[in-house]
Design a protein around this ligand. Structure first.
Ligand code: DOR
Ligand code: ZN
Length: 345
């Protein structure tokens, strides 16, 4: 049985670092495990300009020690009024690494999201031309569509036509949760990829209702049936380069989760690598963890692989019930559990 594994330093291709006090409370967890991260722009107000992205990047760096070695990769939040020229300038200068498409009202702070993808023709044509990735929250928002079907319906009604209309556009379908998503990405060309969270490979929808309502197992897209969890997991551990690590770590203060209308989001950053290692280990695929965590993402984005390594050891990690205190106390994924792996170096 493998006791230790050393992999190239990984990146997180989808994370919410927030702003203000909670940014200061959580940023270090991501910077400790990952060299780079794609930082989601769903702040209030959302990050829609070069100036806003640069200011936010500065606040992230201010929340970290000077020698963290961490590089935030900033994203531009698309609205109906998104400006193709600003986006192209931001990509050329390095201010933006990608654009994020939230369908309006799909999730936290998505009220300014896109109401109709046809409003983005100029932006999408520009992104396709310059090779800039489009990161998609792939759920329809029609309240008549069952919440457990929203990803599959999005793929059929929005994503498939989008891929047909923009055949060279680089697209990352974020935080996939269904067999339909895994199959779509697997069957598409090399310009289509997906990120996968630990929770969507570890829990199914029963976890949200396990003996009572479990707000800390609630995120969007919501966890699906067991057959979908298994399909997503199979795609990831297959070693296909189309799937890479994106935690979607989404911290909310404990009071905002444990409420009559609790926020969506799972805070998995503190033990993300341990969590992913457990998945690959259980599936006899530890040798494929490095590709998923450290290689497939940078290759898709056209960025260099990281130097340096991280080592995990098979020795338990006890996950606390709560991380932080006061208004920024957050319940982590796996709270109260002991994980099989530990990051040692
Ligand atoms: O669960 C989620 N939380 N899903 C999202 O898409 C957004 C995120 C957040 O920002 O809280
Ligand atoms: Zn997210």
């Amino acid at each position: 049985m493998t006791q230790r594994i050393t992999i190239r330093r990984p990146d997180d291709w989808h994370v919410h670092l927030r702003d203000g006090d909670i940014l200061h409370a959580v940023a270090g967890f991501t910077a400790r495990q990952f060299a780079r991260a794609i930082v989601m722009p769903n702040l209030t107000p959302p990050v829609t300009s070069i100036a806003a992205a640069e200011a936010y990047r500065g606040r992230i760096m201010d929340a970290l020690p000077a020698d963290s070695g961490f590089t935030p990769l900033m994203t531009c939040y698309l609205t109906d009024g998104a400006d193709a020229a600003e986006i192209a300038r931001g990509y050329a200068s390095g201010a933006f690494a990608a654009c994020k498409l939230y369908p309006a009202h799909a999730t936290t702070n998505s009220a300014h999201g896109v109401t109709d993808i046809r409003k983005l023709t100029d932006v999408l044509e520009t992104m396709q031309r310059i090779g800039m990735p489009l990161l998609i929250h792939g759920e329809v928002t029609d309240r008549h569509v069952d919440i457990f079907d929203r990803e599959a319906v999005f793929i059929e009604t929005i994503l498939a036509p989008l891929v047909r209309d923009y055949p060279a556009l680089k697209i990352v379908l974020e935080h996939i949760t269904t067999a339909e998503a895994a199959d779509f990405v697997m069957g598409a060309g090399p310009q289509i990829a997906a990120t996968v969270t630990p929770q969507h490979m570890i829990i199914n929808r029963n976890a949200i209702f396990d003996g009572g309502i479990r707000p800390h197992a609630y995120c969007l897209p919501v966890a699906k049936r067991e057959q979908h969890r298994l399909a997503v997991r199979r795609a990831v551990v297959s070693g296909s380069p189309k799937f890479f690590l994106g935690t979607d770590s989404a911290p909310h203060g404990v009071g905002r989760k444990e409420a009559a209308c609790g926020c969506a989001g799972i805070f998995n950053a503190p033990y993300a690598l341990e969590s992913y290692a457990q998945v690959f280990d259980e599936d006899g695929a530890l040798d494929r963890l490095e590709g998923f965590a450290s290689e497939h993402g940078p290759r898709f984005y056209g960025l260099p692989l990281n130097e340096g390594t991280v080592t995990l050891e098979r020795s338990g990690t006890a996950v606390p019930d709560l991380i932080g205190e006061g208004a920024t106390a957050v319940v982590p994924f796996h709270a109260g559990e002991t994980l099989a792996w530990r990051v040692v170096d």
